[in-house]
Design a protein around this ligand. Structure first.
Ligand code: R5P
Length: 320
């Protein structure tokens, strides 16, 4: 996928491998820049090539340490703006703080909105992202947002596996039913929903018990946007096993895998968990039942299309 020389891609320290893979699909070199911290903990960025009037893409998901990843991105945007870049696109394959998207308790912030303000104020002209926790986050921005989805790619992975004809797609809560419905349509399978009840702000305590739909004797495919502690997937799996499911698979787009999630997920209740590489998975977080599908080619195609002014929607015709 060769592209014109006006396109430049740079990355900070959040996920350099993904940025390299994107550039390899675009048949271009990753732009040179240095991004590091001084001994006083201040982040320094220097773009080491001319970006004047160029179409600049900065690849930086919100990986751990999340706040450092965000700060690096903001400073890179500022550096590109002050170097007279023609257009700056923040490429955030995983948009952090996505779960803080509403004021659902007294005196809490809407941090997903704050992050949008920060990205815009720093000088980004566009945002390119993958599977936002809630699509409405697009509306927190006054600049164009292109939200790609890994649903089609992940659903097709399971389609190729030809699991069996008796598959049921399971949403981990009513709010996520739309994503699961798209998957069910692609797999021509029925949909079930497990009601999720979080019992604390600390997120670790989850009770999911009520099941809507028929799963008895079926192979279940649990679908979610991200795995944090693993609690949601495991409690959903427990509910499904209680209702007579035969075997459980799972896919999520974003492998946050916080704390001991990898261990929690390897309790034998879920046969395979397929995730994408919107976030890096360090060696200590790899699990024998976790496999990864890359979004690099999808992001590369989106970058090429944004650069040339082609439709992004056409990439997802099978979803409509
Ligand atoms: C939340 O509503 C999301 O869709 C995921 O279900 C959640 O982030 C998973 O978190 P955890 O793995 O900690 O249960």
């Amino acid at each position: 996928m060769p592209v014109s020389k006006d396109l430049k891609v740079f990355t900070g320290n959040a996920h350099p491998q993904l940025a390299k893979d994107i550039c390899s699909h675009l048949s271009m070199a990753l732009g040179a820049c240095e991004v590091f911290k001084f001994s006083n903990d201040n982040t320094f960025v220097r773009i080491l090539e001319n970006v004047r009037e160029r179409d600049v893409f900065l690849v930086q998901p919100c990986s751990v340490p999340v706040n450092d990843s965000i700060m690096e991105l903001l400073i890179m945007i500022d550096a590109a703006k002050r170097a007279s870049a023609g257009r700056i696109t923040a490429v955030m394959p995983y948009y952090g703080y996505g779960r803080s998207d509403k004021k659902d308790q007294p005196r809490v912030p809407i941090t997903a909105r704050l992050l949008a303000n920060l990205i815009e104020t720093a000088g980004a002209n566009r945002l390119l992202t993958v599977d936002l926790h809630a699509g409405q986050i697009q509306g927190f921005f006054n600049i164009p947002v292109d939200e790609l989805t890994a649903v089609s790619m992940l659903a097709r992975h399971f389609q190729k596996m030809e699991l069996d004809d008796n598959i049921v797609v399971v949403a981990t809560d009513a709010g996520d039913a739309k994503r699961a419905r798209s998957t069910a349509n692609i797999l021509k399978a029925p949909l079930a929903i497990v009601e999720k009840v979080r019992t604390s702000n600390n997120m670790d305590q989850i009770e999911s018990s009520n099941l809507i739909g028929d799963v008895d004797g079926k192979t279940a495919l649990i679908v979610d946007d991200e795995i944090g502690t693993g609690g949601t997937v495991i409690s959903t799996a427990e509910t499904l096993h209680r209702h007579g499911v035969r075997e459980i698979y799972c896919y999520v787009t974003h492998p946050v895998l916080s704390g001991n999630a990898t261990e929690v997920l390897n309790d034998g209740s879920v046969k395979e968990i397929v995730v994408t590489d919107t976030l890096p998975i360090p060696d200590f977080k790899q699990g024998s039942n976790i496999s990864v599908i890359s979004v690099a080619s999808m992001l590369a195609e989106a970058i090429a299309r944004i650069h040339s002014g082609d439709s992004i929607g056409e990439m997802f015709n099978d979803m409509h």
